[in-house]
Design a protein around this ligand. Structure first.
Ligand SMILES: Cc1cc2nc3c(=O)[nH]c(=O)nc-3n(C[C@H](O)[C@H](O)[C@H](O)COP(=O)(O)OP(=O)(O)OC[C@H]3O[C@@H](n4cnc5c(N)ncnc54)[C@H](O)[C@@H]3O)c2cc1C
Length: 289
């Protein structure tokens, strides 16, 4: 379908964009990659009167380590993550996640910030950002604020972002040595959203025990879910087959899936268990490399 009529605005700076969002109020929407918003407009699920296209704001596309964080700029595309040697070398969980999203054409446009701001529990980055304990930097009428990822997702398609706030950066604490992560997703066919997926990030101590763990679940609840019990269980344990299986079982118990076209509730819970087992196992292998 063709979207309803809208005014198209192209700010060149963040303050200009914030000003436009304030001027036109709730009738204005931020447009970045357009890979969620435009389909919603075509289905008339969204009918913004004003589109504030932030793509012409310079300086928002970057991936760099600085001040103890991996920093991902607000206009960084999925394809940028996929092509980044730094991401492949030190953050393979992010490469796993980007690769699992849609198809190359969509990944050329879709932004990581848009993936998070959309607040869709079926999106792939939210669980990974939970596992990595990321922070979201948002610029708005009252200045800049940093939102811990655990406070970011409020409910289905609803985040902490207030109207007029733009995600300008995603910050991920640089993991210590002997850290590794992995993202495992099951989709009905290539390019589909997850039936379920699990992100796991671990750090091992010198004895090979798990010093810390981050585990996020995709599309098994109204928001992405932190598997906090599984994380706590793993801490201090040698991640052998037995303890990983127990952690995976805990992660499955923390999922809140509902039955739908992608499968019944019990199937999805079983899927989380197996995907968690694989993700934690692979994360530990990478941590040991
Ligand atoms: C066929 C298809 C398959 C897909 N499959 C997957 C998949 O498997 N996994 C997955 O994770 N995603 C998938 N997606 C979604 C895709 O990754 C989206 O691009 C992403 O969810 C939104 O990013 P965007 O940059 O395109 O945002 P847009 O579509 O431009 O915006 C989405 C929402 O976020 C807001 N927004 C965007 N950027 C910002 C910002 N910087 N600050 C504040 N608010 C902002 C917008 O106002 C809008 O409400 C798919 C999309 C399509 C069309």
């Amino acid at each position: 379908m063709i979207p309803a009529a809208f005014e198209y605005l192209r700010p060149k700076t963040i303050p200009e964009a914030i000003g436009m969002l304030q001027q036109y109020g709730e009738d204005a929407k931020i447009l970045s990659g357009g890979q969620s918003l435009i389909p919603m407009m075509k289905f008339r699920l969204a009918r913004p009167g004003y589109l504030v296209d932030i793509n012409r704001i310079s300086g928002l596309t970057y991936i760099r380590e600085e001040g103890g964080y991996l920093k991902i700029g607000g206009l960084t595309r999925e394809a940028d993550l996929e092509a980044s040697p730094l991401i492949h070398a030190k953050y393979p969980i992010l490469a796993d996640t980007s690769r699992a999203i849609a198809d190359p054409q969509i990944r050329n446009l879709a932004t990581v910030a848009g993936n998070l701001a959309h607040g869709d529990p079926a999106n792939d980055h939210p669980a990974t950002m939970l596992a990595l304990r990321a922070e979201i930097v948002a610029a708005g009428p009252r200045g800049e604020r940093v939102i811990p990822i655990d406070e970011f997702f409020l409910s289905l398609f609803t985040t902490q972002l207030e109207h007029g706030e733009i995600v300008t950066e995603i910050r991920i604490p640089i993991p210590p040595r002997h850290s590794g992560g992995a993202y495992f997703k099951l989709e009905r066919k290539v390019g589909d959203f997850a039936t379920a997926a699990v992100a796991a990030q671990v750090t091992l101590d010198n004895a090979g025990a798990c010093a810390s763990a981050g585990i996020g679940l995709t599309n098994v609840g109204a928001t992405p879910i932190r598997a906090a019990k599984a994380e706590a269980f793993l801490r201090g344990k040698i991640p052998d087959a037995g303890s990983v299986a127990e952690a995976a079982q805990l992660a499955a118990s923390e999922a809140e899936p509902s039955s739908d076209l992608r499968g019944p509730e019990a199937y999805k819970r079983g899927l989380v268990k197996e995907l968690a087992r694989r993700a934690i196992t692979h994360a530990c292998e990478r941590a040991g490399e």
